[in-house]
Ligand binder design. Structure first.
Ligand code: AHR
Length: 698
């Protein structure tokens, strides 16, 4: 029986019962021997009571939907790495973000060599500080600081990336490269709060002399917490010294790695158990021009040899300028692979295809100049997987990882498009497949999920049997809701889809973290049920971008917001986490009136089983402002247990946000449910996303 017919039938039964119940109440009242005023009070109360029951029950009776799940028939397999994360150094995501370095412009390579630094002297002419360029002998790290110290002490102060986050009781690790011909000055290391109160102090006396650069470290402990502190070097004594790579890291980095990553930010990722990490972007792969493209070989090895470049988000948006945004590559390709390994994700690097950003210079490497670009891709596979006897495998081992990283796939180009892209991706594919036939390649479909550019790439790449096409969509909530069935009619064989970047973009008048509201996350969740239902076609997906610094963002919304000390997941974070931690193994058919659930009465749903955990998992979004009563009926031999759980994300306020003050305003709340004779009834809250898990015996 169709759902509407079933509802109509149950309504008819309900109206009949309600009518007979009403008659009975009035018969009883009539028989009672009561005086007139008492009788009228009884009658009035009975009328109110009956109207109340009528309204409530009618609403429930009319809204009940019957959703059917076929438990024994797998319609698609879920890839173990289906739900991943997209990482780009945008919004101060790496430098000033997850890369825990606290000193901005540590080696004086920014366009303005002393950006981020100030000199504080007691008298006008005390000593001399000069940035020197030695490009002819060191192209990767040309500049250093020359200090000539005479009589009185002076300070050299770094403002950090939007301030320095300092935690009381935490160790801070200072290091510096220096060169001095004879013992000279002592460096007093100071952390200071906004009022210049000292909240941490250490010292370092450079103890080696000679023409070579030395590295020396010193640690000290902070005495106060301050999210906006600054760091100062007070020079004491007289003499000359050259300094470079002035660095300060907190002592609580991820896995306590020296000069490592911010642990709170990595932990948020680890908690998601992402299937893959796409890195390093995004548009920074392309660069504004080819000179500023991302070149992985320049991001490995000693950090002082990693050549800094301007971050393309420095200038990209005139309304969000970031003149102090550069890429130090302290988080480089080795660290990306290590991070992926740490949190159990596949590495998914995206490489430049010989084309710079087509919204910027659109510079293109001629076809006969493409070899170095293709070679970078081949060498990366060797770096990740090669035996330690190979050139690049040995490099990996020398960096401390003799075991291969087991790289299985890479993207060729980010959001590139047009015939020039097709020519170049064909050359990459031929060369890579010749050497590594099983290696998977991801191809771009441009910047938009429809239109001429998309159609050309989609058609041509499918015809050439591309492994994956990378679709990107930044669209309003409404688009997401309308596209929950986008993949239901995609070809089932051949090329697979990687939804490599997506996010609901609300009205542009809304700014910053306010765009990460519940409405956006709920619409994403709704569309994601469509990705899950089509897991045979859409084999990977990642929300974008991942991180944003509250004082330094260029692009919003973003999944996780941070300041100098804290971080929180947006409602989108919890939606993504719910999918990736409940991905299951096998997709089941789930229907309303025998149709996929793609927006009927605001409902969107998908279902999977997890054959390892022995759970049936239903994901259902209610985009309506009304509660909805749903009966799940299970069709099949599966032996479902009688107790289920629901993890519900809900808010009646679509503008609801999470924030530093209230980081879990929208986050999963768990309740238990009972199954009765192979049926599960649930009242879905208005504007809710629910993950219902039912254990089963085989
Ligand atoms: O995610 C932000 C940007 O959006 C990415 O860098 C780019 O690929 C896309 O246009």
């Amino acid at each position: 029986m169709r759902n509407e017919e079933k509802n109509k039938c149950s309504n008819d039964v309900y109206y009949f019962k309600y009518f007979t119940f009403t008659i009975r109440i009035f018969q009883i009242l009539n028989r009672m021997k009561l005086n007139y005023p008492v009788k009228s009070v009884f009658y009035a109360s009975a009328i109110c009571f009956l109207i109340g029951i009528g309204y409530t029950s009618e609403a429930q009776a009319q809204a009940t939907k019957v959703i059917k799940i076929k438990t024994d028939h797998t319609i698609a397999k879920v890839q173990p790495n289906m739900w991943g994360v997209f990482f780009e150094d945008i919004n101060f995501g790496a430098d000033g973000g997850i890369y825990a370095e606290l000193i901005k412009n540590r080696s004086f390579e920014f366009a303005k060599p002393l950006m981020g630094w100030t000199i504080q002297r007691k008298k006008a002419q005390e000593g001399e500080i000069l940035v020197v360029n030695r490009k002819e002998v060191n192209t990767a790290n040309p500049r250093y600081l020359q200090v000539k110290k005479q009589t009185d002490d002076f300070e050299f102060i770094n403002e950090g990336f939007k301030g320095i986050g300092v935690k009381k009781g935490l160790r801070y690790d200072f290091s510096v490269m220096y060169r001095q011909s004879k013992p000279s000055v002592k460096l007093v290391l100071l952390l200071k709060d906004a009022n210049n109160k000292i909240i941490g102090q250490g010292s370092l006396t450079p103890d080696q002399t000679g023409n070579d650069w030395k590295k020396q470290s010193a640690s000290f402990t902070a005495t106060e917490t301050d999210p906006k502190a600054k760091f100062s070097i007070l020079f004491q004594g007289n003499g000359n010294i050259d300094l470079d790579m002035i660095s300060l890291f907190p002592g609580d980095t991820w896995k306590n790695r020296p000069q490592g990553l911010r642990a709170d930010m990595v932990q948020l990722l680890a908690d998601m158990k992402p299937g893959f990490i796409r890195f390093p972007g995004g548009c920074i792969v392309e660069g504004t021009d080819l000179a500023n493209r991302y070149q992985w070989k320049k991001t490995i090895g000693p950090i002082e040899n990693r050549q800094l470049i301007m971050n393309r988000w420095n200038t990209e948006f005139a309304h969000r300028p970031a003149p102090d945004y550069y890429q130090s590559f302290g988080l480089g390709f080795f660290e990306y692979f290590q991070l992926a390994e740490d949190i159990g994700s596949d590495a998914l690097p995206i490489l430049n295809c010989g084309m710079a950003c087509q919204f910027n210079t659109a510079e293109v490497a001629a076809l006969d100049e493409l070899d170095p670009y293709v070679q970078d891709a081949l060498d990366l596979i060797e770096f990740a997987n090669g035996d330690v006897t190979t050139k690049w495998g040995k490099m990996r081992a020398d960096l401390g990882h003799s075991k291969p990283f087991n790289l299985k796939m890479m993207g060729i180009g980010n959001e590139n498009w047009g015939p020039q892209y097709l020519e170049r991706v064909a050359i990459f594919t031929k060369a890579i497949k010749a050497k590594y036939p099983d290696f998977k390649l991801i191809n771009s479909s441009g910047t938009d999920p429809e239109g001429d550019r998309f159609n050309l790439l989609n058609k041509t790449l499918r015809n050439s049997n591309a492994d994956f096409i990378d679709e990107h969509y930044y669209r309003p909530a409404d688009w997401f809701l309308k596209n929950a069935g986008r993949y239901d009619n995609y070809p089932r064989n051949g090329t697979k889809i990687f939804v490599g970047e997506y996010a609901v973009h609300a009205d542009k008048s809304v700014i910053g973290s306010n765009r990460n509201n519940w409405q956006s996350a709920l619409a994403s969740a709704s569309l994601m049920t469509g990705l899950e239902r089509n897991a045979d076609v859409v084999q990977m997906a990642s929300y974008a971008p991942l991180f944003a610094h509250i004082d330094a963002w260029q692009w919003a919304p973003d999944m996780i917001w941070v300041d100098n000390l804290k971080s929180y997941g947006t409602p989108d974070y919890y939606v993504q986490k719910q999918f990736s931690t409940n991905k299951g193994t096998d997709v089941l058919s789930i229907t309303l009136d025998e149709k996929n659930i793609i927006g009927q009465d605001g409902l969107y749903a998908s279902a999977v089983t997890d054959q390892t955990k022995k759970e049936l998992i239903i994901k259902i979004a209610n985009n309506s402002d009304q509660a909805q009563n749903v009966d799940f009926e299970f069709d099949g031999k599966m032996k479902l247990k009688s107790k289920a759980t629901n993890e519900e994300l809900a808010s009646s306020n679509l503008n609801q946000l999470n924030s530093f003050e209230n980081p879990e305003a929208v986050s999963p709340q768990k309740t238990t449910l009972n199954l009765k004779s192979k049926k599960l009834n649930i009242a879905l809250k208005p504007y809710s996303f629910n993950v219902i898990k039912i254990p089963f015996n085989q």
